[in-house]
Design a protein around this ligand. Structure first.
Ligand SMILES: CC(C)(COP(=O)(O)OP(=O)(O)OC[C@H]1O[C@@H](n2cnc3c(N)ncnc32)[C@H](O)[C@@H]1OP(=O)(O)O)[C@@H](O)C(=O)NCCC(=O)NCCS
Length: 290
């Protein structure tokens, strides 16, 4: 087996997608599971290309006899190391491939005092992350459709659509809430998600990305602003769309309460794993960009 850095080629991007799909498939589906919707496939390939272009030393692939068997994508943003994707083909699991990939990706995080990732419920993943020094915070997932009767009067905090001219504001909120800006990741999110919402008042600021029924990232300088942004994002989901809000630790009770207002269901998911920091709050992380 060899482990090498990913290259910015269509073949490597496709290999990341196919390993990831096979690793995360629901065993009940059999085979490699259903292919992703075309828009989702485009987004996933673009996410890999984005990671390789901006963080190539953090992006690794394991190959056995020329076939991709495992991948790890990681990035660094202002002293914060982030693991964006970690997957090994089912047929190659439990043979140490994940450990080697995580060690390689981890060397890219040397010198970063802080680290963060969204972990799946996989016991193997949890073992790897704890062994790598991460603190595991169990997370909640909110799902369902929005009961519009539960949407509360917006009150006096204005929310408006955002665009690339808000980049400084976004990075400032990121630095305040999670200790590092998303930087170039905002370019990706602006290009690939349906909408960016901004709240910017004398009392505080925040932003939220949403696409379809999914809330992709939310950061704000107060719970009041965060709550307002989440209510607005949910109000803007298409009628009947399946809502998914992932990776909520107990720190995000404000978000859980908004979800309950509009009839969403709670379930337990994986973990938010952090090293050298507390879970950011008020904050809804993006599993790919955290
Ligand atoms: C998580 C994943 C990438 C790990 O890759 P891997 O190649 O299987 O990892 P390794 O073989 O290096 O290590 C797995 C460890 O978990 C342990 N393990 C496996 N199954 C376990 C279980 N059910 N309970 C407890 N420990 C378990 C193994 O013993 C091994 O520990 P050790 O090396 O200390 O003995 C892989 O399992 C995977 O792709 N899972 C599905 C996708 C996923 O959840 N990815 C993580 C996203 S956050």
């Amino acid at each position: 087996m060899i482990i090498r850095q990913l290259q910015d080629t269509p073949a490597d991007a496709a290999a990341v997608e196919s390993v990831s799909r096979a690793a995360f498939r629901d065993p009940a589906d059999g085979g490699d599971g259903p292919p992703p919707a075309p828009a989702q496939l485009v987004r996933e390939l673009a996410r890999t290309v984005h990671a390789i272009q901006h963080d190539q030393p953090g992006c690794w692939i394991a190959e056995q006899d020329g076939e991709a068997v495992g991948v790890a994508l990681s990035m660094r943003r202002e002293g914060l190391w982030l693991l964006s994707l970690f997957a090994v083909l089912p047929s190659a699991q439990n043979q140490g491939v994940g450990r080697l990939l995580l060690e390689q990706a981890g060397t890219y995080g040397r010198g970063c005092l802080r680290g963060m990732l969204c972990a799946s419920p996989s016991p193997a993943a949890a073992r790897r992350y704890r062994r790598a020094g991460f603190t595991l915070h169990p997370t909640i997932r909110l799902t369902g459709t929005v009961d519009r009767a539960g949407l509360i009067d917006p009150g006096d905090i204005p929310v408006h659509p955002g665009n690339p001219t808000h980049r400084h504001l976004l990075d400032s909120v990121d630095r305040r809430v999670r200790g590092s800006a998303h930087g170039v990741d905002h370019d990706f999110m602006l290009a690939h998600y349906d909408e960016l919402l901004i709240a910017d008042t004398l009392a505080g600021s925040g932003y939220c990305y949403r696409t379809g029924g999914a809330v992709k990232l939310l950061a704000a300088t107060s719970k009041r602003i965060a709550t307002r942004l989440l209510r607005e994002a949910l109000a803007r989901t298409p009628d009947g769309a399946e809502v998914v809000i992932d990776c909520l630790t107990a720190e995000q009770e404000w978000a859980v309460d908004v979800g309950l207002e509009v009839g969403l269901s709670l379930s337990t998911e994986g973990y938010l794993a952090v090293r050298g920091m507390r879970p950011p709050a008020p904050y809804i992380p993006n599993p790919a960009f955290l």
